[in-house]
Design a protein around this ligand. Structure first.
Ligand code: ACO
Length: 329
């Protein structure tokens, strides 16, 4: 990059990881049946599109998955840990109250420079993190960032609640975002509306040496569904307008992987064919903040997403939070 050129950011490499323990719907159905909870592969597939998810084993934490995904992304980008000067981890399932997962990842990877912090925007977390890293790079306060989404949602699932425990999985995805003369990140937009905080939450906290309130996820599925469908199409249109682009410019839609019906409905509103959407929810379930970078990396590694393609990344989740990032890859 020339020193007086306008500063932008670009994705230099991607990576992802899924824990080895894979549970098909039938595996989960059997486990839940042992608790007296009834569900079926047919119900899960029809309502959500999910066929399998991965769960971590005991002792594996978000920072372990995050570090693995980050190593892959750095390898793909051809950069060394010493060249990273910003680590942002999007997660709602951190290893501990503090320090942040980002600092634990820094330690695991041997990165000692620059800032490291977590972003808590639930399933929108990666899109939030990418937008923040882009802003910091443009402002000159960082040069090369790791932006990671990492979750162990299996730790906060209520396996006595069939309406939620069948939906989620664990995993991590990462990108290296670095300064560039041209974008890269073309435009982005973030939103939140805390009035909807109660429709998707894990309300417990730690106080006086104990967990106070429920530490398990609760959700009003239908309320989430209605909100998600509306905001995902709106924010994509808004980001396209900001960038002076149209729906026809999108090569790949990479939405938060919560539910195939939400994704199909968003694609329809953006007048995109179904084969323009990167779908991994069938194999990963909803991995919250990890879902967008996991899907991005899957598309890159299987050769569908190529350099020069235009990508629309979209997140939506608890808070309520949502956002979109338009990328010239
Ligand atoms: N297996 C079998 N039956 C079930 C299950 C299950 N796992 N879960 C619920 N049911 C039953 C209910 O008990 C209900 O039975 P009833 O009619 O006898 O009362 C019936 O199925 C219908 O339940 P609904 O909740 O109305 O089902 P719905 O069609 O709304 O689907 C779902 C539920 C899949 C959660 C849907 O609302 C949804 O997709 N919401 C979006 C939420 C989402 O994807 N959240 C992910 C996290 S949020 C995010 O990432 C943005």
């Amino acid at each position: 990059m020339t020193s007086n050129a306008p500063r932008f950011s670009r994705i230099a490499g991607t990576g992802s990881v899924l824990p080895p323990r894979r549970l098909s719907n039938d595996d989960l159905v059997r486990q839940l049946a042992a608790r007296g909870i009834e569900t079926s592969d047919a119900w899960i597939v029809e309502r959500t599109g999910i066929r399998a998810r991965h769960f971590v084993d005991d002792g594996v934490n978000a920072s372990d998955l995050a570090a693995q995904a980050a190593r892959q992304a750095m390898e793909a980008a051809g950069v060394q840990p010493t060249q990273i000067d910003l680590v942002i981890v999007a997660t709602s399932t951190p290893d501990m109250v503090f320090p942040s997962v980002a600092c634990l990842v820094q330690r695991k990877l041997g990165i000692h420079n620059g800032a490291a912090f977590d972003v808590q925007a639930v399933c929108s977390g990666f899109v939030y993190g990418l937008s923040i890293a882009d802003a910091m790079i443009r402002a000159g306060s960082a040069t090369r960032a790791l932006v990671i989404g990492a979750e162990v949602f299996s730790r906060i699932l209520d396996f006595n609640d069939r309406t939620t425990c069948v939906l989620f999985g664990d995993g991590a995805g990462a990108v290296v975002l670095e300064a560039a003369d041209t974008p890269g990140i073309v435009a982005s937009e973030l939103h939140a509306d805390g009035r909807h905080a109660d429709i998707l939450c894990t309300p417990g906290t730690v106080s006086g040496g104990q967990v106070v309130g429920s530490p398990l996820l609760t959700m009003d599925g239908q309320a989430v569904f209605k909100l998600a469908v509306g905001v995902l199409a709106d924010v994509a249109h808004s980001v396209l307008a900001k960038a002076g682009r149209t729906e026809a410019d999108i090569d790949w839609l990479i939405p938060h992987q919560a539910n195939i019906r939400i994704m199909q409905s968003t694609a329809k509103r953006l007048k995109l064919a179904a084969d323009k959407v990167i779908v991994t929810v069938d194999q990963h379930g909803n991995t919250s903040a990890a879902s967008v970078p996991l899907a991005l990396d899957a598309g890159v590694r299987d050769g569908r997403i190529r350099r020069g393609d235009t990508l629309m990344l979209e997140g939506v989740g608890g808070g309520f939070t949502w956002g979109a990032v338009l990328v010239d890859f």
